[in-house]
Design a protein around this ligand. Structure first.
Ligand code: NAG
Ligand code: NAG
Length: 648
């Protein structure tokens, strides 16, 4: 998610454009799924608005800064920090656990007593056994911990729990090239997984687009790419075996390894588990022979988006669509499988995931802040048009060969170099000269909300039509989401996994679309966003009117209201959870809430709660009445209650 940079058109001649883009990043993402954001901020080179001198001067300075970053040149990146940080010396709940973005949806700080870094399954078993013997709550954390909600926070987050990091459990255990199977430790990143598989002539067919996720993390949250082909785009559909370390009675040594083989019904619980069954030690994946892909991004008017959405996923194996509703445009990813013998050595190194100069990250954020403060929706549209144009000119990071420039579609390359990317996690420490755009160590780094849910294909068109109606009332209100790569639509199929996407009754087939939106979040929790009401209405439409299934690893708290009841397999899942972890040591306050255990609610009633997605407003004080934002019905979905700016 994230942000971009502003590129005045005149800067963007082919010679400078790629360099500029590299540096001016945009984007960001999340958990693996992509979102590409692009944000930008900027100055209108056409200069047709009224001039507000002070702001314009500021914006100009930011632009200069942004451009200056172009001259610095990237190449390396400071890898993201470990999400678990412990104060040396102090023992009083001395660790904090955060997400890759540094802040959870409710802005809580998660404390843990300690962190363990097992590097073998034996060490993992001992770490779990010690915690079980003392009744200590545990949670797995990963190398980057990309989940937006606090799934990685042990217990109440009050400082008594243990974080178990899989950072050092990152090896390939075995490869059976003939059967196409690979067993790996759960801390292996997607980046290493696809590279190692390719070395054996194998490919993971579908995956999230951001490669900083781990195998265990992808399974824990049901992460997916985009496809309606085969068994669909979720990584967990390709799991044929797992080893999980769970609590055990004292006479068994307090911890044990559970081995789940192909066909074991418990796999339907373990494949998507939110980490509440224990620690995944190893996973065996069914891979495919390595193949190539041909990718073209085709931008069109959005006039027939509903019809296209319904059929595009059947036409191309790796299809997705990014919708830019403010500009009435949609970018179709025409992406198909080719044999390995097809010519082409292309790469997709998505620009928004590359190492970004810190100055560029900051200039982008400050520019977005300025446009927010000025209430300048037109300015956001100008910024999104510029950054989108620049991204498009650069082919979004597609290249005929590594280190090259974009020279036209289609780009053909091997699966492992086209399916995912994340330049900013690679490379040596450069003292934060460059970073991932969302790196919390960077002052004024990207800061955003994310709303992501899946709908059956049969209901997706009606949802899109509703959003279109809302857009038509005020197109500028939807330029903000374009700064973060628009509304990304990825295809996904229903699953037999209890916490995977359930097939919905009567809508046939189980084919679904996942809608992924990233948008501005203020550092000040009490400050309303520009066009606050519009994204709130879209969120409530998706989750409540259309019954969307929230992505477990994304979203604001509100999206999880009533989520447990949307899963027919929930009771069966909870039976496995009780068998594996009867004392709930791997359960946390947050996992109880989302699984519907114990009666807690993900929302809370407090002043300003609707601004942060902590509630649906029912009173004006849930919004920001002092800034003119009060609780009103939605404009298209009348049952929605959204914080709307009333003119004073
Ligand atoms: C899909 O899943 C079924 C059963 O789970 C399996 O038999 C089949 O091989 C899988 N297909 C692919 C393409 O992996
Ligand atoms: C809004 O932003 C645009 C682009 O930066 C600028 O040209 C315009 O003057 C601004 N309008 C207002 C009212 O601030």
């Amino acid at each position: 998610m994230y942000r971009g940079a502003m590129l005045p058109a005149k800067l963007c001649n082919p010679a400078t454009c790629r360099a500029a883009l590299t540096l001016l990043p945009m984007l960001a993402q999340t958990m693996g799924t992509t979102t590409t954001p692009v944000a930008a901020a900027g100055i209108d080179p056409c200069n047709r608005g009224h001039l507000i001198k002070v702001k314009q001067t500021m914006l100009r300075r930011l632009l200069v800064l942004t451009v200056a970053t172009i001259l610095i040149g990237p190449a390396v990146a400071s890898p993201p920090p470990d999400p678990v940080q412990c104060s040396s010396g102090g023992n009083d709940g001395g660790c904090t656990v955060s997400s890759a973005y540094g802040v959870f949806p409710d802005r809580s700080t998660c404390h843990a007593a300690a962190v363990a870094y097992p590097s073998t399954e034996g060490e993992l078993v001992r770490a779990v056994a010690r915690a079980v013997a003392s009744g200590t709550k545990m949670k797995v954390t990963t190398r980057y911990s990309h989940s937006i909600p606090q799934l990685a926070c042990p217990g109440s987050g009050g400082g008594e729990g243990l974080a178990i990091s899989t950072r050092r459990l990152d090896r390939v255990v075995s490869v059976d090239a003939a059967r196409g199977r690979m067993a790996v430790e759960s801390g292996l990143t997607l980046r290493d997984l696809v590279a190692e598989a390719a070395r054996a002539g194998l490919a993971l067919p579908y995956a999230p687009y951001w490669w900083g996720l781990t195998v265990g993390g992808m399974l824990g949250t049901g992460a997916h790419g985009s496809s309606l082909w085969g068994n669909g785009s979720a990584v967990h559909e390709y799991v044929v075996g797992m080893r999980i370390v769970t609590p055990a009675p004292a006479e068994e040594g307090y911890a044990k390894v559970r081995v789940l083989a192909e066909g074991d019904p418990v796999l339907d619980a373990a494949k998507v588990s939110l980490g509440v069954l224990g620690v995944i030690s190893q996973v065996t994946l069914q891979l495919q022979p390595l193949f190539k892909r041909s990718v073209t991004f085709d931008e069109r008017d959005d006039g027939d988006l509903e019809e296209q959405l319904a059929k595009f996923g059947y036409q191309h194996e790796f299809a997705d669509i990014a919708w830019y509703p403010g500009h009435r445009r949609a970018v179709y990813r025409i992406d198909d499988r080719l044999p390995l013998s097809a010519p082409g050595d292309g790469v997709l190194d998505f620009i928004g995931f590359r190492a970004t100069p810190t100055l560029g990250i900051q200039a982008n954020r400050l520019a977005e802040d300025l446009l927010e403060r000025a209430g300048n929706g037109t300015g956001k549209c100008v910024a999104s048009r510029l950054t989108h144009a620049a991204l498009s000119v650069a082919g979004y990071g597609l290249m005929r060969r590594s280190g090259g420039v974009f020279t036209g579609y289609p780009v053909v390359g091997p699966q492992h170099r086209m399916q995912a990317s994340g330049g900013c996690v690679a490379g040596p420490e450069d003292a934060l000269l460059t970073a991932c755009p969302w790196d919390p160590r960077v002052r004024a780094s990207s800061f955003f909300h994310q709303t992501t849910f899946s709908l059956p294909l049969a209901r997706a068109a009606a949802f899109v039509a509703d959003v279109r109606r809302l857009r038509d009332l005020n197109p500028r209100a939807l330029c903000g989401v374009e700064l973060y790569d628009g509304i990304l639509m990825r295809y996904v199929k229903a699953s037999t996994a209890h916490l995977g996407k359930p097939p919905s009754a009567g809508s046939g087939g189980g084919d679904m679309v996942d809608f992924d939106m990233t948008y501005y979040r203020s550092r000040d929790p009490r400050r309303a966003r520009l066009f606050e009401d519009v994204m709130e209405e879209i969120e409530q439409m998706g989750i409540f009117k259309y019954g969307g299934l929230p992505h477990w690893g994304k979203n604001r708290n509100l999206a999880f209201a009533g989520a447990a009841a949307k899963y027919p397999g929930m009771a069966e899942f909870l039976r496995v959870k009780d068998a594996y972890d009867p004392d709930g040591l791997f359960s946390s306050d947050w996992s109880d809430v989302v699984l519907g255990v114990g009666g807690g609610s993900p929302t809370r009633d407090a002043p300003g709660c609707a601004l942060e997605g902590m509630c649906v407003c029912s009173r004006d004080e849930h919004c920001a009445p002092e800034q003119g934002y009060v609780c009103r019905p939605g404009k298209v979905y009348k049952e929605a209650r959204v914080c709307t700016k009333v003119s004073s």
